[in-house]
Design a protein around this ligand. Structure first.
Ligand SMILES: [Mn+2]
Length: 324
């Protein structure tokens, strides 16, 4: 039995979007650079739904392959010349500059499906739902709006479930709603192993374990409740790791008693720092935006060009934590 509480507020846009998708024979789906399970899950889950529903359409998922996420799905090779007659759909990607792949620009029409705050508008149709826990939740929501028309498969259900689990950190984060739980329950009815997905997502590499140990040993927490850690290139090199594996450190500092907001800085090859900001209440995305980034109120990302800018970001976080 399908749930009755579907998200009604987006009914019109979901209908427009689905009707639009029907008109295209070739559809190429992109997502953001440095993908996470929600990016891959929404991209490949949508591909699978469209393919299962319309076997005659050519549907592709493109972008850089990430070894750690290959257990979810594989990327397709797409000849450049088919873009001219294709519809491009971009999932889970707030900004144009974060789209993985270049050729999307050659397509005549784009669609954006995303759950991040709208700070960069693009696409013929834009469906942005900041109440959704994940982009995968939105794709599953579309399915539940047309359950007789859109064909869900075990493969698609596995991908969408993985994205929801990934973006909610197993239903722990604030964005997890009753609707998230209901949708996840509907997906779990399909014959895939959710324990297999959970186990794969839980595995860390030995060097990531060492990095987590370093972070837990070396973090700083201020009186005002601002936690932070800086991961240098030298450190990452000594562990044989690259930046793509550092995300596992991010939730750790939030576990420390007294931490209200926290920042994880990762030095990049050009000596800039990538900065992830997280919060238990004080809003941090305005700070992220001020430094050229963006994101959700309680989870954002930005950059610092040097240590001076790190000090400035920490100062702004301190002011925000004090005011909270
Ligand atoms: Mn997401």
């Amino acid at each position: 039995m399908l749930l009755e509480t579907v998200n009604k507020k987006d009914n019109k846009i979901k209908k427009d979007l689905w009707e639009y998708i029907k008109q295209w024979d070739t559809i190429i789906i992109h997502r953001h650079v440095r993908p996470d399970p929600d990016a891959i899950g929404s991209q490949c889950g949508l591909k699978e739904l469209i393919r299962a529903t319309f076997p005659d359409k050519d549907v592709y998922a493109v972008g850089t392959t990430v070894d750690d996420l290959e257990y979810l799905d594989q990327m397709d090779e797409v000849p450049e010349d088919i873009y001219e007659q294709a519809l491009v759909i971009v999932t889970d990607t707030a900004n144009i500059k974060r789209i993985d792949g270049e050729h999307y620009k050659m397509a005549k029409q784009w669609i954006k499906i995303d759950h991040h705050p709208l700070d960069d508008s693009y696409g013929e149709i834009e469906w942005v739902n900041t109440d959704a826990s994940s982009c995968c939740e939105m794709i599953a929501d579309m399915w539940l709006s047309y359950p007789d028309e859109i064909k869900m498969t075990a493969k698609a259900a596995r991908l969408l479930y993985a994205g929801i689990v990934g973006d909610t950190n197993r239903f722990l984060y604030d964005a997890t709603s009753p609707f998230t739980m209901q949708i996840s329950a509907e997906l779990m009815r399909f014959p895939f192993s959710h324990t297999e997905v959970n186990d794969k997502m839980n595995v860390i590499k030995p060097q990531a374990g060492k990095l987590m140990g370093y972070a837990l040993d070396q973090f700083t927490v201020s009186e005002e409740g601002v936690g932070h850690i800086i991961l240098t290139k030298t450190l990452l090199k000594s562990l044989g790791m690259d930046d793509s594996e550092t995300h596992q450190v991010v939730p750790l500092l939030g576990k420390i008693e007294g931490v209200k907001v926290w920042a994880v800085f990762v030095e990049q090859s050009d000596s800039e720092f990538r900065c992830r900001l997280r919060s238990k209440g004080p809003v941090v995305n305005e700070i992220a935006q001020k430094h050229g980034g963006g994101g959700h109120p309680l989870a954002s990302g930005t950059h610092a060009k040097d240590e001076e800018e790190i000090v400035q970001i920490l100062k702004e976080l301190t002011d925000q934590a004090k005011a909270y």
